[in-house]
Each structure stands twice: as C-alpha cells, then as structure tokens.
Design a protein around this ligand. Structure first.
Ligand code: CA
Length: 429
C-alpha cells in the first residue's frame, strides 16, 4: 500500500534526512542499537541519527509500546500489520512535523557513535539458491553440458543454515580453518581456508509465523514477510568442495553470515514492488501451490545492488573501494513469497525473527557476478584491480561492502545501509 509516508515531497525537520542516500523520512527502518557504552534498545534510522524508540515510548501508539521491550525486534515484528503501520505513521508524523521536535531532539543519537546489533533473535536461518545466474555460472564450471540440476526450475532449492553465527555489518570475518583437499593431493589437510569468498544475497525477515503442520498459502505469504536486509553468505570454497557431498553446505558456510543492520520494512518498500520477470520461453510453469497472479504482478523488488572491495594496499594509498559488480535483485528466479510458501509447504513452522537468504544474486554477464567463484572462474582467472593488485579469492585485510538502493520513478530512493566485513587472519591457536 502506497500512502502519504511515501510522498516524495515530504521532508523531515532533521536536515540530514533530506536527500540522505539511505535513510530519508520515507524509509524509517528499525534496528537494535547501543548508544556509547549503553545497553541495546530499539531504534529507527533517520538521516545521520537514530531515534531511541524506548525513550520515545510516551509519544508512540499504545499497540507498539508493549512490543518495544527487550533487546530484539521480535515482538514488534510479530505484531499485527495494522499495529506496525500505525507505528510507521506515528514516526512519520513525529519526524516530519515539528509538534514534538524539542522532545524528540533529546532522544536522537548520532548514528556514527552507536553500535548496531543483530535486530532479531533468529530462531532459524535458511539459505535459498534462487539466483538462477549464479546457479548457472557455478553449475557450468562443474557440468558444462547441464549447469542446472533437473529440479532447479521446479523446486526453490535451499538448505538449513546456522543462526548462531549471523552477525551485523562491520563484524570482523575470521578466516575459517577446515579440511581442504586440493585436486592434486591424495589426502585432505586441516588449516586456514585458501579460497575465501563472499556471496551477495538479499535477506528476508519473517514476522508472524505459522503453526506446525499448517502451510502458508502463496496468496498470504507476503503477510509473513516484515522486511529485508543485505546478506553476505561468506563461503570457504575449498572447504565447501571437499565437504558438500552428499548433504550440502556445512562448515564452509557456518563460520559467519553478515547482514546489514537495519530492517527495511515491507511497508517502506511498497513503491518499489515490480512484476516478477516472465520465465524464459520453454521453462516450466511453477506448480500451482507456488503460483499467484498478484504475486507475479508485484512480487519482485526494484533494487540496485553494488559490491565493493577495498584491499589493505588500497586503504594505505587512500584509494576508494573498487566496485566489483553491480546489478538488480529482479534476476531471482523465485519471488520471496514463493520461497516462504515453499518453506512452509510441508508443514514446517516459521517464526518471528527467522531469516531467509535469497541465494547469490548474480547476472548472465560478468559485471553482475555475485561471487569471486564466478568472477575468477573458480580461481582460474585472477582479477586485476586498478592499482595492479590481483585476487583470486579474498586475502587477510580485504574489506567487502554491499549496498542496496530501492528505486522507482517519481519516488524518493531508499537504501539499506552497508553490509560489510574485513577479513582477519585465521585463529591458529
Ligand atoms: Ca548462499
């Protein structure tokens, strides 16, 4: 639903919000933050500031107050859609009209002095594989004649990830140790991964869940999605290659997953819903339980994604991060509603705070590849950076940054805030 909170003419009395690349008044994302040395609490990002929602409670709707207890957003996002919309409308009024300006001003914290936390207590994290270009690009390296497995166009492929190691943007990435067996070695050895990679993904936050045994019909799936983030599914390719058969990803992925810290709400993204691109001619129609006309018309998101790399040498020379790739999120083969419906189709229960990863968002051309595995063709073709350095996979000190921007004609763009991490050397203790 598009309403007055998306009006491009509306501005905030907080000057930095107006024209802000990520957090203008039309965004109002939720997160969990700590002011310097203080305890975590719920906040909303506005320009260069964070409004302390707990402290602002006396100005908020009664339906929201009970949801702002504790150090996660689970209760808020498990509340009804109408309660969440009432809160959004209230925050929009407070930050656009100056009626309560003096009271609000004392409850703002400069964002760069705050620490961000994972916004939800994540019960379960599931990673899908809906980026068909990634599936094709990677599959082609192993099976040139048949890059996609026969199930790919019927089943939204996924696996159960590890919730305990999901961390907010900025968390250091300790290079994992593990078993790796180069093709020319007879036996595996244990040690730091030599093929550390990233995967550009969209994260999906679940709000209201479903009871065990009760599937979520496709027409109702959107009601269970409260927001989005960026997600980096760090991947140790050498560990992955040795361990993944026959049960799939395990320790090559579970050492860390980084997310952007702010929950960009489904309400904020309403103007940026677009039609799911039609499937190429000859591809099968999704099975009926995954098909909904409305979802096909509005189930994709108009998001521009960018991936940047900053090496220690570039940092020391004062160079800007190098853009490795850019592309659009509308290349996913399945809508997020289809992922949710498929996940619950066997009766599996989803819960508030569950996190889904889309799968690596890639492209058919190299300027949009979403991992080094694709860019360097499995490490066979090193990447040369503008300062002459080369990379096949990530080295210690390298920083990866993902950004996302929602765009639509005649609308104010909103951003996700960064999803970043710096690689640090393996723990050899
Ligand atoms: Ca992944």
């Amino acid at each position: 639903m598009i309403d007055h909170t998306h009006d491009p003419k509306r501005v905030s009395w907080i000057a930095s919000a107006n024209g802000h690349v990520d957090f203008p008044i039309q965004n109002l994302p939720f997160g969990i933050f700590s002011p310097a040395q203080d305890v975590p609490r719920a906040g909303v990002a506005i320009g260069d500031y964070i409004l302390d929602l707990k402290a602002a409670e006396f100005l908020l709707p009664a339906s929201s107050k009970a949801c702002l207890v504790g150090t996660t957003l689970n209760a808020l996002f498990a509340s009804s859609a109408s309660a969440r919309l009432e809160l959004r409308h209230c925050l929009f009024d407070l930050l656009s009209k100056d009626t309560h300006r003096s009271a609000i001003e004392s409850l703002l914290h400069a964002a760069d002095g705050c620490t961000m936390h994972v916004p939800m207590a994540i019960g379960d994290y599931t990673d899908f594989y809906a980026g068909i270009h990634h599936a094709n690009n990677v599959g082609r390296q192993f099976r040139p004649d048949q890059p996609l497995m026969p199930n790919y166009k019927y089943v939204p492929i996924g696996y159960h990830g590890r919730a305990s190691s999901v961390r907010p943007s900025g968390t250091r990435v300790t290079r994992p140790n593990g078993q790796r067996k180069p093709v020319d070695a007879d036996v595996p050895s244990f040690g730091p991964s030599r093929r550390l990679d990233y995967e550009l993904e969209l994260g999906v936050w679940i709000g209201q869940g479903n009871a065990l045994g009760e599937p979520i019909p496709i027409a109702k799936a959107a009601n269970h999605i409260v927001g989005f983030c960026l997600l980096n599914d760090w991947s140790a390719r050498d560990l992955q290659a040795w361990e993944y058969q026959p049960l799939g990803p395990f320790l090559a992925k579970s050492f860390l997953t980084t997310i952007s810290s702010w929950v960009i709400t489904a309400e904020a993204l309403a103007p940026f819903r677009i039609a799911q691109p039609p499937r190429p001619k000859g591809d099968p129609q999704p099975l009926p339980y995954l098909w909904d006309d409305d979802d096909q018309q509005h189930g994709a998101l108009s998001l521009e994604l960018e991936v940047f790399l900053l090496t220690p040498q570039m940092r020391a020379s004062g160079l800007a991060a190098y853009r490795l790739s850019h592309g659009s999120a509308n290349t996913l083969y399945w809508t997020v509603a289809q992922l949710v419906t498929h996940h619950a189709s066997n009766g599996c229960n989803l819960s508030a705070g569950d996190l889904l990863g889309s799968g690596t968002i890639s492209a058919s051309t190299s300027d949009g590849y979403g991992s080094l595995l694709e860019i360097t063709i499995g490490g066979k073709r090193p990447l040369t950076l503008p300062n002459g350095e080369t990379r096949t996979f990530l080295e210690d000190g390298d920083e990866m940054v993902f950004t996302a921007k929602a765009i639509a004609d005649d609308m104010i763009s909103i951003g996700f805030g960064p999803c970043s991490g710096v690689i640090q050397s393996a723990n050899l203790g």
